[in-house]
Structures are given as structure tokens and as C-alpha cells.
Design a protein. Structure first.
Length: 295
């Protein structure tokens, strides 16, 4: 497979970043129907049958290809991988840990593997393990990050120069300008997260979406959660947490995420988002977002 679109089987080389508890079947199907490649999230999944059920629900909603993101540090990641293979998934992304055990399994199953990386070193290692593509994610991006990394503008061309497989740009991409810039840097496609949260189809609460729309480009902050860092919207809760050296992981656990992301309690948990939130000024449909971006 020589291009990202061929790898995904999608109309456009555009992947929707898997966004935790709000990356539900209806939303994923909407992205795929719009011509992108929707991803279910498994990072917070706690049982195999939930993942299987979400895959089948998505299948019932779209006849277009879609995939899932596997969080390598989840102890059930390999079991989730088996489910995705059994359900005929075309391609997956792997993040949050070493893909060493997952890549050989997916390749044996004929499933494409895209590894999310923060540095050139990790990209080269992923290629050597047999990855089909690299998602080079700059530090502008929302959600979980390591303690090393570079901005998208620097990371993407550096990775393009270092590997022979396709590179997908992530971090700071929210409109056609970011999409074209990614291609100019040498990427063959893009992964988009924050822009899709502020869409009509996303099940994120209106408080989450409106906070993205209202904040400026300086409206995010990076929290130290010990094992990793987290870029989130700068809410009053986050401003308080920034005064602490490290933040209790419970603020990013399932109950806190459901209360804040879906129920709209902005003091219950943190709201991941990238710096591109400063370029988000409305809440259109997924289709409108995709068409503006690639058009």
C-alpha cells in the first residue's frame, strides 16, 4: 500500500483521532461517511465485549471503512486487537506505549498499523518493527503526551526525512490551511482531533464544545500527570491544578471523564484539546468540517 488513502480505504487521507469516551459509533460512522477514516477509542475500555459491541454498532451505521486506536499500555490491548481482527478492521492506530507486540499480530492478519510517535527516534523504531505508516504528532496536540517531543512544524518533516513509509501529520490541524500545510511538510495525510469535538455529531457536552469555541490560541495548558503529560483546555479547575507539581491520575479516570466530557461538569475533570482550539469558531457538522478541510 503506497498511499494513506489506499491504506485506509477512505475517500480522503484524513483520520479522526480517537477521543476517549466521546468517540462513539455514531460519531465514528459520521466521519467515515464524510470521507474520512473514523476511529473508535479503546484506551478506557475495560472489557472485550464492549469493544466488539461498538465495532458492530458502527458497522450497522456505515458501509465505509473505519478503525480503532489501541492504547498499548492497556493490559487488554492484545485482546482488543483480536476482536478487531475478527471483525474485519482494515487499519488501526497504536499509541500510548510500545507497539512491539501489536505490530506483528496485525501484520499477520493483513491489518494496516499506523503508530503514533512524538519523536524521530520512535518513528524509526516503529518502521523497523513493521509499521505501515507513522502518525507524527506534534506537541500542539490535545490529550496525552510524553515529556519529549517537538512541534508539528518541526516533527513532521524530520520524520518524513527519516522513514520510507507514509507519514500522517497530527497536532494543530483544524482547517484547510492546516491540511495544506501538512502536505507541504511532506505528510501524506492528517489526523484531526480537537476540531471534531466541536461538531454537531460529537456526543461531547455543549459546555465542552463551547469552551473550545470561546477560548483563544493561548487557552490550553499542559498538566503533569506523572507518567505522561496532558494538554487540556484552561478551565478554572485546570488553573488550580497547574499550581501542583503533579496531578492525581483520578482527574483523568473514567468517572471524571464522563462527568466532564459528556455531562458538562467543568469542575469534575479536565477537557483535552489542542492549541488549534484557538482557530475553532463554530460547531458545524462533521461533513462540513471534512469538506472545508480537503476542499
Amino acid at each position: 500500500m503506497s498511499t494513506v488513502s489506499e491504506l485506509l480505504g477512505s475517500k480522503y487521507p484524513l483520520i479522526q483521532g480517537a477521543m476517549g469516551v466521546i468517540s462513539n459509533p455514531e460519531f465514528v460512522a459520521a466521519v467515515s461517511d464524510a470521507g474520512g477514516y473514523g476511529l473508535l477509542a479503546t484506551a478506557f475500555a475495560t472489557d472485550v465485549e464492549t469493544v466488539r459491541s461498538q465495532v458492530r454498532e458502527t458497522k450497522a451505521l456505515t458501509d465505509r471503512p473505519f478503525g480503532a486506536n489501541l492504547h498499548a499500555m492497556n493490559p487488554l490491548a492484545m485482546q482488543f486487537a483480536q476482536v478487531l481482527a475478527e471483525e474485519g478492521t482494515r487499519a488501526v492506530t497504536v499509541s500510548g506505549g510500545s507497539p512491539k507486540a501489536l505490530i506483528p499480530f496485525f501484520r499477520e492478519q493483513g491489518i494496516g498499523v499506523m503508530v503514533v510517535v512524538p519523536t524521530v527516534d520512535v518513528a524509526v523504531k516503529a518502521e523497523a518493527l513493521g509499521a505501515d505508516a507513522i502518525v507524527a504528532e506534534g506537541t500542539e496536540s490535545g490529550g496525552m503526551q510524553g515529556f519529549r517531543g517537538a512541534s508539528t512544524m518541526v516533527l513532521v518533516p524530520a520524520v518524513v526525512d527519516a522513514v520510507k513509509i507514509p507519514v500522517i501529520a497530527a497536532g494543530g490541524i483544524g482547517d484547510s490551511r492546516g491540511y495544506k500545510a501538512a502536505l507541504a511538510l511532506g505528510a501524506q495525510g492528517v489526523q484531526v482531533g480537537t476540531r471534531f469535538i466541536a461538531s454537531k455529531e460529537c456526543i461531547a457536552h455543549a459546555n465542552y464544545k463551547n469552551t473550545i469555541v470561546d477560548l483563544p490560541e493561548t487557552g490550553t495548558a499542559i498538566l503533569n500527570l506523572g507518567r505522561f503529560r496532558l494538554r487540556s483546555l484552561r478551565t478554572p479547575l485546570v488553573n488550580t491544578l497547574l499550581e501542583q507539581d503533579t496531578v492525581d491520575m483520578e482527574i483523568f479516570a473514567g468517572p471524571a471523564l464522563e462527568a466532564s466530557w459528556i455531562k458538562g461538569d467543568l469542575e469534575a475533570g479536565v477537557l483535552p484539546a489542542g492549541q488549534v482550539a484557538g482557530l475553532v469558531h463554530g460547531i458545524p457538522s462533521v461533513k462540513e468540517i471534512v469538506e472545508e478541510m480537503v476542499g
